[in-house]
Design a protein around this ligand. Sequence first.
Ligand SMILES: Cc1cc2nc3c(=O)[nH]c(=O)nc-3n(C[C@H](O)[C@H](O)[C@H](O)COP(=O)(O)O)c2cc1C
Length: 363
Amino acid sequence: MPLERFHRSSTSAAARKKFTAVTETIPSTPTFPKEPDRAFCVAPMMDWTDRHCRFLHRRLSKRALLFTEMVTSAALVHGEPARLLEFDPCEHPLAVQLGGSDPDELARATRICDRFGFDEINLNVGCPSDRVQSGNFGACLMAEPDRVAACVTAMRGETDRPVTVKCRIGIDDSDVEKDLDRFADAMAEAGVAALYVHARKAWLEGLSPKENRDVPPLDHGRVHRLAARMAPLPVVINGGIGALSECREHLRHVSGVMLGRAAYHDPMLLARVDQEIFGDPRPPITLEQTGRIMADYAAGQMQKGARLHHVTRHMIGLARGLPGAKRFRQILTMDVLEEGAGPEVIGNAFAALKKAGEPANAG
Ligand SMILES: Cc1cc2nc3c(=O)[nH]c(=O)nc-3n(C[C@H](O)[C@H](O)[C@H](O)COP(=O)(O)O)c2cc1C
């Protein structure tokens, strides 16, 4: 029994009592043993892919695999899991991403995530931020494949759901051929269900996390080669992919594509994913339908105590490239902060778009 294993391995009776109390407050949810379809994924992004963002993304694509923001194993084990992990059932298929490097703690965090009913539990081995490095997890762990393998093994011991890893093609002066192969082999041996690979190295010295998403050169070919070598283990490619036509091209070489910034900044791209990637015959949701759904959603969330801009901040890219997009963004970022602003402000933003698109306003 996993919980017994925790009880045996933990040294502190107080810690045991606290953990048991935490897990007992979590409802047991049904298991979805099926592997999620990873053909198209939206990347985990701290501060961005929160539950309001995921609600929007799920309205646009029924099939994309969504990811939470990274949650550290320590925060889950010692904090308030319900606050950190809460999600709407409509968000399935949904993977939770964990950050950590202690197998025992990750095992305990996995057990908590398992009970929340996520479809997959993913370990972050790709994030280069200082905060993450000082906790000795994230991309720096690529130098320690044995430790990551021990983490994966410990996590798998606590769940029947797929455990996966998200990594880079390397760090600093690592050898992108040999070292990445060695890392991937260790993950396969530990039983990961899939690897998500950001196709650039992380340079751990001298670059900010943001620069580390742009400066180290992309090497999509390296991920294609890894996918061929690791087959049938699914390998999902990530990094710098911006269009569905590019996704289709990558899918000739890999099991899936993962988009981060392009999906966030241009969410209407997701509306075409079910048809163009998954072959779903149903017509895509329209921008107007999306606006109405999000206004209703915002109303419901405000009743539960959310602030309007918590929802609207994820919507500003919806009008990307359309006449009136600037006014649309202003309304959703500024007007929503005014005293007494309610979900009708979302309607105003869409009305501004409509007005800008009318023939009298052309030119
Ligand atoms: C704001 C932001 C936050 C991110 N947070 C995470 C994170 O929590 N975990 C993670 O594995 N990657 C994180 N990433 C990296 C993305 O998941 C992705 O690997 C990266 O943006 C490259 O993909 P893209 O070029 O499609 O954006 C973050 C990226 C951004 C832009």
